[in-house]
Ligand binder design. Structure first.
Ligand code: C2E
Ligand code: CA
Ligand code: CA
Length: 403
């Protein structure tokens, strides 16, 4: 099906699928006054027929109907590749609605929001006029980066094509810079910059992660030592748990720090839990060794994947990072706000520092500060920057503070 192009100047076409004809009539009346052409139906088959024939620009789908499964309807709509704007509605609680609309957006629909019943005309009008961010990139889409191979990565390591960008981290309460996180990039001679999501798990699967980690440590420690030896700034470096299975690593990292004159207490190792932690006892031993040597340990991506309360209680972490998934959506999702608050409360109870990553606006930074979150990181503060730009950024910022 060709996806129609919608112009902001044309009146929209709204199609409503709801078993309650009273609700549909109300929605249509409000939309009509807002300049929309409207149709409604109570049956899924007729809904899909109208989607194909009438090509609506906006769709309102009721989640709960006697004979129709709303989640299935949204799924089918996503499969059809429909590019209209979707609003999900129901009388169920916000939690179910948010989950259904998230699934729809993940499947590629352009969801402008949820409409819990009962609703106000103002809420409906604002959803009808809200332009959602472009839905997720589709696999095979033109902006999907071409995959990289293990051979390419091996060559990149041999030719030292990796570089590191640095993202600042601040104290929420004072907004003072406390350090940087190292984030690896691959500067490919033809393709340009390749991001770690494209090659870290490949490196893990093909036995290149130890070499990659060594190179990142070398580059990061050299930069840090050249600029911050006498400061109280800290440097966070990501470490794959697979590297921890290598018994040589605690000693190697310690030697690297000694070589550059960096104290282990200036380094935080950020570790993301994965299912690959096959030997929990060895893991416990390695992590304990790092702590004894004076390194700080952070549990990364807390709240998603395999990070769990058990691991947090069992392993000697000194910090946790709330996954950016909850932080980025805090401004628009009550659920995310509650999860962020719970994680910060947990860190406080366990006497751990807590960093929120993915802070994208002033509201979120203030929200985190009010909750007592220790540190923050995110595009609102600064993006990851090449080494020279990170120094300039820091100088400018400290200059501003001093004046
Ligand atoms: P991570 O450790 O969770 O790092 C945070 C990611 O979020 C980074 O992506 C960063 O650029 C991005 N980010 C930071 N602030 C914001 C924000 O406000 N909004 C949004 N939307 N994103 C933000 P990046 O650099 O692409 O790295 C992705 C992941 O790759 C990292 O996630 C980390 O797990 C892994 N990684 C990066 N460097 C290394 C490394 O040297 N070794 C290992 N083992 N993994 C690495
Ligand atoms: Ca990290
Ligand atoms: Ca993360």
């Amino acid at each position: 099906m060709e996806s129609p192009e919608y112009s902001a100047n044309l009146p929209g076409r709204l199609l409503v699928l709801d078993d309650d004809v009273g609700v549909s009539a109300t929605i249509c009346a409000i939309a009509d006054r807002a300049g929309f052409e409207t149709r409604s139906t109570t049956r899924a088959e007729e809904f899909f027929q109208l989607v194909a024939d009438w090509q609506p620009s906006h769709l309102i789908v009721d989640l709960v109907m006697p004979d129709v499964d709303g989640v299935e309807t949204l799924h089918r709509l996503a499969l059809s590749g429909h590019q209209g704007i979707v609003i999900v509605t129901s009388g169920l609680g916000g939690r179910v609605l948010e989950a259904a609309s998230r699934a729809a957006a993940e499947n590629g629909l352009r969801v402008s929001g949820v409409l819990p019943k009962p609703f106000t005309p103002a809420r409906l009008r604002s959803l009808l006029h809200h332009e959602p961010e472009n839905s997720k990139r589709k696999p095979g889409g033109s902006d999907e980066p071409a995959p990289v191979s293990a051979e390419m990565l091996a060559a990149a390591l041999a030719q030292k094509q990796l570089c590191v960008h640095y993202q600042p981290k601040i104290t929420c309460a004072t907004e003072k810079v406390v350090g940087f996180e190292s984030l690896v990039r691959w500067q490919h001679p033809e393709r340009g910059m390749i991001f770690p999501d494209q090659f870290i798990s490949l490196a893990e699967r093909h036995g290149h992660i130890a070499e990659l980690t060594r190179q990142v440590f070398d580059i990061s420690l050299a930069w840090f030592a050249a600029n911050f030896l006498s400061s109280d700034l800290k440097l966070a470096i990501n470490m794959s748990p697979i590297v921890l299975a290598d018994a040589q690593f605690p000693a190697w990292i310690q030697q690297a720090c000694t070589r550059y004159g960096v104290a282990p207490s200036q380094i935080t190792l950020e570790i993301t839990e994965t299912s690959s932690m096959e030997n929990p006892v060895a893991m416990l031993e390695y992590l304990t060794q790092f702590r004894i040597k004076g390194f700080n340990l952070s549990i990364d991506d807390f709240g998603v994947g395999y990070s769990s309360l058990v691991q947090l209680a069992r392993l000697p972490f000194s910090e946790m990072k709330i996954d950016k998934m909850f932080v980025m959506s805090a401004a628009t999702s009550i659920e995310s706000q509650k999860i962020a608050a719970a994680v910060i409360g947990l860190a406080d109870a366990l006497n751990l520092n807590v960093t929120a990553e993915g802070v994208e606006d002033a509201w979120t930074l203030e929200f985190l500060r009010d909750l007592g979150c220790t540190h923050a990181q995110g595009y609102f503060i600064a993006r990851p920057m090449p080494p020279e730009s990170a120094l300039v950024w820091l100088r400018d910022r400290e200059g501003l503070k001093a004046s």
